[in-house]
Design a binder for this molecule. Structure first.
Ligand code: HEM
Length: 477
């Protein structure tokens, strides 16, 4: 049976099923798959081969990946099982999907898996936790915890919530504008003071523009350091950022401020970080926190606009707490918003895969994977599996309410923040930032999207609506 074409004519169908309504996707779907084995298992090992698809010569199924994201990986899983492979732009990538396969890779069975991010995106995470392995990673992660403690988070949150409030007040009302760039800018505005201790409108904007250059270069296809290319500009931006952040460390240390750089700079001393390490960790923190939280905000704004009943419920709680000072206590009572954000990042996982590479010959669920192969851990697929999530395409925040919430059915089915040693260290920070963003919007505005509107999610980098998510805000009475 050709499992490529199926029909789910409901809301969010494209998030779980490859959508072929566009002629280009219909054409792609007709391209030969050229199924093959990844590698023959060693004789006598008892291991099975990993089956997968070569697709179009060189390009493979790379275009399908960026156009359909998790829906493509679901399709691959249906064709070949929880351990499969596909070719993308000249590389063979193994896909591990479903709770059991994901468990084997993320718990790093037999220590056969290392971070695969540097292999796939280039040098952009260098010196950051996600590019590190083994004891070096553990040592640095332990030191970094100081910047994620409860008191430190409370300080960042106070600043971010106040900034979100001030900046959304500048947003236009009663006319259509794209929410995607506005939310990206807002994320930068919330980051500048809270993470770096600098105002956005002067120094912060330049820093965040340079950070975005590095983020966009992660998915560049042309990777030559030739002047004029995106890759070259991003290298220059990164060098300048590292130098600038290192220069700032002494001042950040002595001002004893509540911003992230200041807190991190105090993790010094003989066993602590060098200035150079602080600059690298700071840059990776900016990269790791910016796009993930904006994608989560895109998703929550979108689903709240599609579901006015949930928007009304969430707004009532925000308005009821508007008199409280910005900070942890105010967010704590926003129970509806918590459910909405959890469900939004289930359907649109901001970081839909974790990338690993095999350090030696190994197996996943008894399937042979040779050393040196990239493994895409398809965490977003687990959030959409019909046997784990009834009607997985449906937006239903109620899934997460009560003690029997569906995310607790299996511990590896709700994975927006990953799992294992690299599990997001900024999870509470991230949830707080996204909720502070939505809280500021809900108190000031209401918005809806037409019933027929479906955001065209694209997965070139982290998920974002390709049309910029056009929105019209109205001031609440
Ligand atoms: C909604 C927001 C966020 C999402 C969905 C998210 C998601 C993730 C995921 C999936 C990973 C693991 C990737 C892997 O295993 O390959 C990760 C790691 C990481 N995240 Fe987040 N993140 C978010 C916000 C943040 C924020 C706000 C910060 C910092 C302020 C942050 C800092 C990090 C760091 C430093 C790591 C690497 C941890 C390690 O390697 O030990 N993240 N994040």
């Amino acid at each position: 049976m050709d499992t490529r074409r199926r029909n789910v004519a409901t809301e969010n169908a494209r998030l779980v099923e490859v959508d072929t309504s566009h002629w280009f996707d219909a054409l792609l779907e007709r391209a030969p798959l050229r199924a093959d084995v990844l590698a023959e298992p060693p004789s006598g090992s008892g291991l099975k081969p990993v089956m997968g698809d070569r697709g179009i010569p060189f390009v493979g199924l790379g275009i399908n990946t960026v156009r359909h994201g998790p829906a493509f990986q679901m399709q691959l899983m249906r064709r070949h099982g929880p351990v499969a492979w596909w070719q993308a732009f000249g590389r063979k990538v193994v896909a591990a999907s479903g709770p059991d396969a994901v468990h084997e890779v993320l718990t790093n069975k037999n220590r056969a898996f290392a971070s695969g991010w540097p292999d796939i995106i280039g040098p952009w995470f260098d010196g950051g936790l996600l590019a590190m392995n083994s004891s070096a990673h553990l040592t640095d992660r332990r030191l970094m915890q100081a910047a994620y403690g409860e008191d430190a988070l409370a300080g960042y949150l106070r600043q971010m919530a106040a900034d979100a409030d001030a900046y959304v007040a500048r947003w236009p009302v009663e006319h259509r504008f794209p929410a995607v760039p506005a939310l990206r800018t807002l994320s930068g505005q919330m980051t500048a003071m809270a993470l770096l201790g600098v105002p956005y409108d002067t120094e912060g904007r330049d820093i965040m523009t340079a950070v975005e250059q590095c983020i966009r270069a992660e998915t560049a296809l042309v990777r030559l350091r030739v002047p004029g290319t995106q890759w070259h500009r991003a290298h220059r931006a990164r060098r300048a950022l590292i130098a600038h952040l290192a220069d700032e460390v002494p001042a950040a240390r002595s001002r004893a401020g509540a911003d992230f750089l200041s807190v991190l700079s105090r993790v010094g001393g003989t066993d602590g970080f060098t200035t150079e390490q602080i600059a690298h960790h700071m840059l990776f923190t900016l990269i790791a926190s910016h796009d993930t939280t904006t994608t989560a905000a895109f998703a929550a704004v979108y689903f709240l606009g599609k579901h006015p009943e949930w928007q009304r419920r969430a707004r009532a709680e925000s308005v009821a707490r508007a008199g409280l000072p910005y900070g942890v206590d105010r967010l704590r009572g926003l129970d509806t918003l918590e459910l909405v954000v959890k469900e939004s990042i289930r359907l649109v996982s901001p970081s839909p895969i974790a990338m690993r590479v095999t350090t030696r010959d190994t197996d996943i669920l008894g399937h042979f994977v040779p050393a040196g192969h990239l493994v895409s851990v398809c965490t977003a697929v687990n959030q959409l599996l019909p046997d784990q999530w009834p009607e997985p395409h449906r937006f239903d925040p109620e899934r997460f309410s009560g003690p029997g919430g569906e995310d607790r059915a299996h511990r590896l089915t709700w994975l927006p923040f990953g799992a294992g040693v690299h599990k997001c260290i900024g999870m509470h920070f991230g949830m707080a930032k996204v909720k502070a963003t939505l809280d500021a919007l809900l108190r000031r505005f209401e918005w809806t999207f037409p019933a027929a509107y479906e955001a065209p999610w694209r997965f070139t980098s982290l998920p974002a609506p390709a049309d910029g998510l056009p929105i019209v805000l109205r001031e609440t009475a």
